[in-house]
Ligand binder design. Structure first.
Ligand SMILES: *Cc1c(COP(=O)(O)O)cnc(C)c1O
Ligand SMILES: *[C@@H]1O[C@H](CO)[C@@H](O)[C@H](O)[C@H]1NC(C)=O
Length: 508
């Protein structure tokens, strides 16, 4: 339908897009058509009856589908084809903004955020120096200060930077923590410092082991602390694990606590962990990549009590707060460390004789050189919603999780993985097909139950009506994990999800 008007572009070469003599009208027309395609996609994403995906295997996409080819041409293609390429790219992708997409912690399509992304790309600049990003760097400062005050730090405390995702934010926390204890490591390397130990819960995202390997400490330096049945780190076990590491000759320096684990959405007892860190003088990092959003809600922020005692915090607005990917911040309590730890004073960027306040040349705080502008969309969303708007958005996501939890309690064909009420918007459960409902608990039933979720997921991908992830965890065989971060999702979508799983799995 949208493509009906594209005919006017037949044979118009891309070169005419340039706004030189006469180019304006082509440029306007092209962008109007593009906007039609994007708006059409947005409306479709919000139509409950439309499919979330039109699944194709990699070989099918590589072979090319009706007018859509991945191959790169030697000759320029006309604008009409370029628009078709845009349309088809969206067509064969996944509508992560659909209210029935539950597959990832990042979902939804915030329209103000989208406008912010578009403006960001239009400005097309780089975050390394004030001379090329004056407005965006000041916005970053405003956002970081706001987030630090929400975490509970004082005016005199607080530093940080937006980085490419939570895994990188976590990497920064270890890098800076190590530098804080052993500044020589920057110039002399690992041979100048003792063998270190870092601590994290057994439900940790794998990124901590990756970071330890990358930073030259080795993934074996990561000590895994047991969790209780709800996925919370057990403080007593943390303390014994610290003692054991010391006995082995390792030097503990860093504890990673989690506010909102990836699978169960569990919150570690931050205050108790902070007490232990104080006693042993360890750096406390709180990974609130997923749980940080709860700080925006008056009703739910108490779950992060103690976070103000952290030395560093990871917080991903691209998850629960719905900012478009990517948007993640590492917040550090102690000012100046980040700069000291990373700066190398490259003369071609950070000339020491500039005529403005060079504290805004934050590029030397990072491990990158250039850095994408991730802040504008978040700043704009904050303007449009206010802090309260984020709060109600978060409340809505958690209400959906409670609703799902209540529905699951009522049904015999589903079983909750955790009996307790969800703390975050994660709800984990099994579907039990009739063929398994009579089997006694035991290895045979578990072995069969393990195959149920993947089979349902495979059918779901083919049908494209909804999307949800599954995984095993510890001794629990494959189960579904539903997560809510799209405020467009309603109770009817939750009902639909359960009916769809039961429909696809009934005959297994
Ligand atoms: C998602 C997540 C991460 C990783 O964040 P990315 O932005 O995907 O790199 C780290 N920790 C936790 C707890 C997460 O949920
Ligand atoms: C800390 O734990 C969380 C989840 O439990 C994990 O996502 C993160 O990668 C861990 N590592 C670091 C370095 O923060």
């Amino acid at each position: 339908m949208i493509l009906n008007h594209l005919g006017g572009f037949m044979s118009v070469p891309v070169a005419d897009l340039l706004p030189r003599a006469g180019g304006e009208s082509v440029t306007c027309k092209f962008f109007q058509e593009l906007v039609n395609i994007l708006i059409g996609y947005i409306f479709k994403s919000n139509e409950r009856s439309s499919k979330i995906l039109d699944f194709h295997h990699p070989h099918q996409l590589k072979e090319g589908l009706e007018g859509f080819s991945l191959d790169l041409p030697d000759h320029p293609e006309p604008l009409e084809q370029i628009l078709v390429d845009c349309r088809d790219t969206l067509k064969y992708g996944v509508k992560t903004g659909h209210p029935r997409f539950f597959n990832q912690l990042s979902s939804g399509l915030d329209l103000i955020g989208l406008a912010g992304e578009w403006l960001t790309s239009t400005a097309n600049t780089n975050m390394f120096t004030y001379e090329v990003s004056p407005v965006f760097l000041l916005m970053e400062e405003v956002l970081l200060k706001k987030m630090q005050s929400i975490v509970g730090w004082s005016e005199e405390e607080g530093d940080g930077i937006f980085c490419p995702g939570g895994a990188v934010s976590n990497l920064y926390s270890i890098l800076v923590a190590r530098y804080d204890s052993y500044p020589d490591v920057k110039t002399k390397g690992m041979c100048a410092i003792p063998r270190l130990a870092l601590f994290t819960s057994e439900h940790s995202h794998y990124s901590i082991r990756k970071a330890a390997a990358l930073l030259g400490m080795g993934s074996d330096s990561v000590q895994v602390v047991p969790c209780d049945e709800r996925g919370k780190m057990i403080p007593r076990k943390l303390e014994s694990s610290i003692m054991e590491a010391k006995a082995k000759g390792l030097v503990p320096f860093y504890v990673n606590a989690t506010a909102g684990t990836t699978v169960y959405g569990a919150f570690d007892p931050l205050a108790a962990i902070a007490d232990i860190c104080d006693r042993h003088q360890l750096w406390l990092h709180v990974d609130a990549a997923w749980g940080g959003g709860l700080l925006m809600s008056r009703r739910h922020q108490v779950k992060l009590q103690g976070i103000e005692r952290a030395s560093s915090v990871t917080w991903n607005p691209h998850k629960l707060m719905g900012a478009p990917l990517q948007c993640s911040a590492i917040l550090l309590k102690k000012r100046g460390l980040l700069q000291e730890c990373n700066q190398l004073c490259a003369e071609y960027l950070f000339q020491s004789d500039k005529h403005y306040d060079m504290s805004y040349d934050t590029g030397d705080k990072t491990i990158q050189c250039g850095r994408h502008v991730d802040v504008f969309k978040l700043w704009l969303m904050w303007k449009a919603k206010g802090s309260e708007g984020f709060g109600s958005q978060v409340n809505k996501c958690l209400e959906n999780a409670e609703y799902l939890y209540e529905q699951l309690q009522k049904r015999d064909d589903f079983k909750l993985v955790l009996e307790s009420k969800p703390e975050h918007s994660n709800v984990c459960f099994w579907y039990i097909p009739p063929s398994l409902s009579e089997l006694p608990p035991g290895p045979d039933r578990n072995r069969r139950l393990h195959t149920v979720a993947p089979q349902i997921k495979a059918k779901m991908m083919e049908e494209g009506t909804t999307m949800i992830g599954y995984q095993p965890l510890g001794s629990n065989v494959n189960f579904f994990r539903c997560v809510f971060s799209n405020p467009a999702t309603q109770q009817e979508d939750v009902d639909f999800l359960l009916e769809e799983i039961a429909r696809l799995g009934y005959n297994l």
